[in-house]
Design a protein around this ligand. Structure first.
Ligand code: PMP
Length: 413
């Protein structure tokens, strides 16, 4: 089944859509394997940015003039595209943010205004990116709530039995990622959401790594909050999305005050706008929001199922080639259910040294702790080399990485 869809995957055409891929660095063809950090942009996305500034640039929601109405309509149409993409029920459940980090901070700051109290428990996991740890720690410091951590096994999977033991009537919120950026583990979030709900806890899903690679249906998952970043979804930086269930967002106080988020202001009393504007103070990233919808349209034209199957093939090919080529290579994170991320160590060579040599040979990987130091602490290491694939990558690029690793190995081992 997978083979067929991979054979049908229009890789040559897809690569033509990404101008940045067709260049050499240090005289070598660029191989871009840092997609978990940020993905490349198709030409339709790049063009849409200049179209916005050439044709309709204007502030939104306030102007009666033509351009302002055009920009407002495009921005709100984009919100509707995002709603459909996540299968949210209502478009005002889609809040524009700066990205995943901003979405998590929005929820933590808002819940911190009296909705999470001393003695409440917030559950995160050992797999989290720092942006799904630190805002909750800050909230715990302010509120007296207690942070609890779901541990992982040696494969880098959340230990479900331990998760269930941690749940209690005190659990107010579970904040967990859908896919780990450091290791690619895909978490069984639908089941976890259901279990957390049995205890009356709210659930926030960090979807930074999932939305670019798989279809997400927030109603089917029954997620209370789901957040992601535009720049990992082949869209611009500086824009992202927080989905929240209407009844929760209604109950939550605003996070930032300013223009756009008010109904009426006087020195005696200010009243707030309804959703989604209550959480969107100030002039937003208008072009970013509009263009994010173009990125979503682009991905949907290819199809997320086809993308997932193709990336899975790259994951298996890369894993097999790495393992068979280097007997002293150690893969960090071998979850049964895994996305197209391979974190590894080459003998006892420092990941940074490998990364520098790979770079000179045209191969862009990420080295270090990947903003997930608790994972590194679990394995007793300082960092890894991480190759993360997108649907515009190819097996021959993986071969180029293997050759480059061979050079690095010979020089450094
Ligand atoms: N969570 C995960 C799982 C991530 O991979 C990232 C980005 N590496 C973030 C959160 C933070 O995303 P951003 O920097 O776009 O806010």
């Amino acid at each position: 089944m997978i083979k067929e869809s991979v054979q049908a995957f229009p890789i040559s055409k897809v690569r033509q859509d990404f101008p940045i891929l067709h260049q050499e660095v240090y005289g070598k063809p660029l191989v871009y394997f840092d997609n978990a950090a940020s993905s490349q942009k198709p030409k339709v996305v790049i063009d849409a940015i200049s179209d916005y500034y050439n044709q309709i640039n204007s502030n939104i929601h306030r102007g009666v003039h033509f351009l302002s109405q055009q920009a407002t309509d495009a921005y709100e149409a984009a919100r509707e595209t995002i709603r459909k993409h996540l299968n949210a029920e209502k478009s005002h459940e889609i809040i524009y943010t700066k990205g995943t980090t901003d979405g998590i901070n929005l929820v933590a700051s808002s819940l911190g205004q009296g909705l999470i109290k001393s003695g409440d428990e917030i559950l995160v996991s050992q797999l989290e990116h720092h942006s799904n740890i630190v805002p909750w720690q800050m909230l715990c410091e302010r509120s007296g709530a207690v942070l609890k951590v779901i541990p992982i096994n040696e494969r880098g999977e959340l230990i479900q039995a331990e998760f269930e033991k941690l749940l209690s009537a005190k659990t107010k919120l579970l904040a967990v990622n859908h896919i780990s950026n450091a290791m690619g583990t895909i978490n069984p979030i639908k089941e976890m959401i259901q279990k957390a709900h049995e205890y009356g806890a709210w659930v926030l899903i960090d979807g930074a790594q999932s939305v670019p690679h798989m279809a997400v249906d927030v109603q089917d998952l029954d997620a209370d909050f789901y957040t992601f970043s535009g720049h990992k979804l082949f869209g611009p930086t500086g824009v992202g999305v927080l989905y929240g269930k209407e009844k929760l967002l209604e109950m939550m106080p605003p996070y930032q005050g300013g223009g756009e988020m008010i109904a009426e202001v006087s020195f005696e009393k200010t009243t707030y706008a309804g959703l989604p504007h209550k959480f969107e103070a100030g002039t937003p990233n208008i072009a970013g929001g509009i263009v994010l919808a173009k990125a979503i349209d682009y991905v949907n034209q290819i199809g997320l199922d086809a993308i997932g199957a193709y990336e899975n093939e790259l994951l298996h090919y890369g894993t097999q080639r790495l393992k068979s080529q280097f007997p002293d290579l150690r893969i960090i994170g071998e979850a049964e259910n895994k996305a197209s991320v391979i974190s590894f160590l080459l003998g006892d060579i420092h990941p940074y040294d490998v990364g520098v040599i790979l770079d000179k040979l045209g191969v862009a990987v990420r080295t270090g702790h990947h903003c997930a130091q608790p994972i590194m602490q679990h394995y007793g290491i300082n960092g890894t080399i991480r190759a993360s694939f997108a649907f515009y990558n190819t097996k021959s690029e993986i071969d180029q990485m293997i050759d480059a690793l061979d050079r690095a190995h010979n020089m450094l081992a």
